[in-house]
Write a protein that binds this ligand. Structure first.
Ligand SMILES: NC(=O)c1ccc[n+]([C@@H]2O[C@H](COP(=O)([O-])OP(=O)(O)OC[C@H]3O[C@@H](n4cnc5c(N)ncnc54)[C@H](O)[C@@H]3O)[C@@H](O)[C@H]2O)c1
Length: 728
């Protein structure tokens, strides 16, 4: 479990320490490492408040957290199980109506239930490094401990909605400006004790957030607040259920005079979120991302190398973005390119990206100078000799990568990790040209690397535990969702993408049109349909590779290749499956392509037919699921949730569906198999031959979970056998 040690069936988790100092009761939440509101904490809080009330010598109460956190939130592991201890709202009620003034001494993170606890206190004093937030929306939930009713009363409904819909973390300085906290201090507990002593004489005049109605009355009748929130949710949280519920809660806060009635509404809307399948899907990803960093056969205490300096070879699209990731994490990074011109261009793109962030107000000019000063560059390999890791990001060409790894092995100090950003080349082959194959690994970042969260870590045959553990730790430092893949064609993500785009192309051959296919999949929740995506990547990449290979194009590539013959490469030259106006990425229909579609369909023996949106979604998503199951049964991915993390963070799959594997589990594997068989019948394609693993799991009424033990795995795809990597 994430937050606590299992202490036995009825043992309560966490506690609250009680001490009296200077006639002030200090309540310290103690539930390491981040003090969630587990049953023991709730009970402890309630009991401590009663004790403080009953002690006549106590003038007031200071509530704080042990260690680095105030209270990080609810105990997520309790969701869906039998909850023991005192219910949270009862504790909050006790806190809010405490007969003595209460100050929340926010010593560290106060998120979700943690901030809601602080909102029930009369005053809030935060440390300089603390931050607050209501991130429940990220788990498909809403702040159900009064947060939707109290925060709008404190800072106004517009600001509260922005915070709750984004789930953002607000640093204490900003929280002070917004009015969430009353003061910032270096020593929150001492300051809070002084504050209590100063305010204790105020008798009953200690403010309660629930009574602050002015901002609610101001907003009443002003539709814009809610309309703005709806627009924000539609844009940033497309398809999600919880944002609409949050807005309804705030609407209740604005329009209902009685605070407790508002709380009741919040409770109803919260329950609807709790029971909604999206909640389960999003919590699956929350835990999935944490589980992904654990590698079952790499011991927990594996030594991790200290990465003090990174080197990057190649300052192109990926190299520049990866360099930014290191600099943003405060790690000096040195970039090398093949010539002055390319290097200059690469470094200037990095600077432009930082300038853009300054213009958008995401970075101050000072911060930009600080972070950009960590990026150095040159043309000499000797300059990366002192790096602890060097990541190669040159053109996707095995011979070139061999050359570069030989040179790196020669120049870079002993013990340093050598990584490749290859999208699909054989890491073992790259490692084989070095004298340190155990220190060679794939680090597959996604474009734009400074923004996309996914990092596929490719484990070669020889990659050591220490190398892997270090890369997983670095991934965390760079704020990436790192997932391990064995070294196999297409790794996890691109291998699945291949089957999916191939099916989209088959549907086009059979009679559907690109915009219909894109719309159907975007309605399902994908960020971008496959044809918009192919136009963005460039149709010519696969076409050129196929031409070079001299082999006949596979069926699914026939239309794309024909469009390339007509100089339609995609967005890069304004025409592909869609047309693009100069400087715009918005796709416009391209009716002139229809003659091509009809001709190629006919030439290949297809009679074009009407295809329903249901068939489009089923066939593309089933292709993902079936390939995912094979990837799992080969042990290429460690667990189904890893595949979900890959697909959500790198390929625009909707988080609220929990990823393709969770989606399959939610559908029921028997239903998945039934559908696969149906489409196998319709198309005659082996793509829909149910993966053996699916069949076995469905038969036993089980779900996709862990990869099988080594001896029971299906044989892994070999690079030489595969057509995956060259076929986009
Ligand atoms: N672009 C993407 O979306 C993407 C995504 C994931 C992975 N990748 C992989 O990342 C790698 C780099 O891709 P990219 O899109 O950044 O390429 P790019 O063409 O944008 O940049 C490659 C850079 O490498 C430099 N270079 C070439 N030979 C060199 C040498 N001998 N020494 C030093 N520098 C040299 C080039 O001058 C250029 O600046 C490839 O392996 C690619 O498959 C790309």
């Amino acid at each position: 479990m994430l937050f606590y040690k299992y202490l036995g069936r009825n043992a309560l988790k966490g506690t609250v320490l009680y001490e009296v100092k200077d006639e002030v009761a200090i309540l310290t939440v103690d539930n390491p490492p981040v003090n969630p509101l587990s049953d023991g904490v709730r009970t402890g809080l309630h009991e401590s408040l009663v004790k403080a009330e009953e002690d006549d010598t106590v003038k007031g109460v200071v509530l704080t957290g042990n260690g680095r956190a105030f209270i990080a939130g609810a105990d997520i592991s309790e969701f869906g199980g039998n909850v023991e201890g005192i219910p949270l709202n009862e504790v909050f009620n006790k806190l809010e109506f405490c007969k003595k003034p209460v100050v929340a001494a926010i010593n560290g993170v106060a998120l979700g239930g943690g901030l809601e606890t602080a909102l029930c206190c009369n005053y809030r004093i935060a440390s300089k490094t603390a931050f607050v937030g209501l991130p429940e929306v990220n788990l498909g939930l809403l702040p159900g401990g009064g947060g939707t009713q109290r925060l709008p009363r404190l800072i106004g409904p517009g600001e509260a909605l922005k915070m709750m819909l984004s789930g953002s973390h607000v640093p204490s300085k900003k929280a002070l400006e917004m009015g969430i906290v009353d003061k910032i201090s270096d020593d929150v507990v001492a300051e809070s004790i002084d504050f209590i002593k100063e305010m204790a004489g105020n008798n009953d005049n200690h403010p309660r957030v629930r009574d602050k109605n002015e901002k609610m009355l101001e907003a009443r009748g002003d539709e814009n607040v809610l309309l703005d929130a709806q627009a924000m949710a539609a844009k940033a949280r497309k398809g999600q259920f919880a944002p609409g519920q949050i807005i309804k809660c705030v609407e209740a806060a604005i329009n209902i005079d009685d605070f407790d009635e508002g709380i009741k509404k919040e409770g109803e809307y919260f329950m609807e979120c709790l029971l909604h399948p999206q909640r389960e899907a999003m919590i699956h990803i929350f835990f999935g991302e944490r589980a992904a960093s654990k590698i079952s056969d790499v011991p927990k205490d594996t030594k991790i190398k200290d990465i003090k300096k990174a080197g990057i070879i190649g300052s192109g699209t990926m190299g520049g973005g990866i360099a930014m990731c290191f600099a943003n994490a405060g790690i000096p990074v040195h970039i090398i390119d093949q010539d002055e011109e390319n290097l200059k261009r690469g470094v200037s793109v990095i600077e432009k990206n930082y300038d853009f962030m300054v213009n958008k107000g995401r970075l101050t000019a000072e911060q930009k100078d600080g972070v950009f000063s960590l990026v150095t560059s040159s043309l000499d390999y000797k300059d990366v000799s002192d790096c602890d890791i060097v990541i190669e990001a040159v053109y996707e060409n095995l011979e070139l990568k061999h050359e570069i790894f030989k040179s790196l092995d020669e120049h870079v100090k002993e013990g340093a990790i050598l990584a490749s950003n290859t999208s699909g080349l054989d890491i073992d082959s790259i490692a084989s040209v070095t004298k340190r194959p155990e220190m060679v690994v794939g680090t597959h970042f996604f474009s734009p690397a400074n923004i996309m969260r996914l990092l596929e870590v490719v484990r070669g045959e020889a990659t050591s535990d220490e190398t892997l553990a270090t890369i997983m730790a670095i991934g965390k430092k760079l704020k990436k969702a790192a997932v391990v893949s064995l070294n196999a064609p297409g790794f996890i993500g691109n291998r699945m993408l291949f089957g999916y785009t191939a099916q989209a192309n088959m549907l086009l051959l059979e009679g559907a049109l690109p915009h219909q296919i894109d719309q159907a999949l975007e309605s399902f929740g994908l960020n971008m349909g496959p044809f918009r995506m192919m136009d963005l990547v460039g149709l010519d990449l696969g076409w050129r590779a196929r031409k070079l290979s001299g082999k006949e194009s596979p069926l699914h590539a026939k239309i794309g290749d024909e469009l390339c013959e007509q100089d339609r490469y995609g967005q890069k030259n304004g025409a592909g499956y869609y047309n693009y106006s100069e400087g715009s990425r918005a796709p416009n229909p391209a009716p002139e392509n229809e003659e091509t579609y009809e001709r190629i369909s006919e030439e290949n023996g297809f009679t074009r037919r009407e295809i329903s949106d249901e068939e489009i979604v089923d066939r593309c998503i089933l292709a993902l699921i079936n390939e995912g199951a094979d990837i799992l049964s080969e042990g290429v991915s460690q667990r189904a949730a890893d595949i979900d993390v890959v697909y959500i963070n790198g390929y625009g799959f909707p988080i609220w569906r929990g990823g393709p594997m969770h989606h399959a589990n939610a559908m029921g594997l028997d239903v998945v198999i039934e559908k696969l068989e149906k489409y196998k019948e319709i198309t005659g394609s082996d793509v829909y031959k149910p993966s053996e693993m699916l069949v076995k799991l469905a038969k036993n009424g089980e779900k996709l979970g862990e990869a099988p033990e080594k001896d029971n795995r299906k044989e892994k795809l070999g690079f030489e056998m595969s057509s995956v990597a060259n076929n986009f």
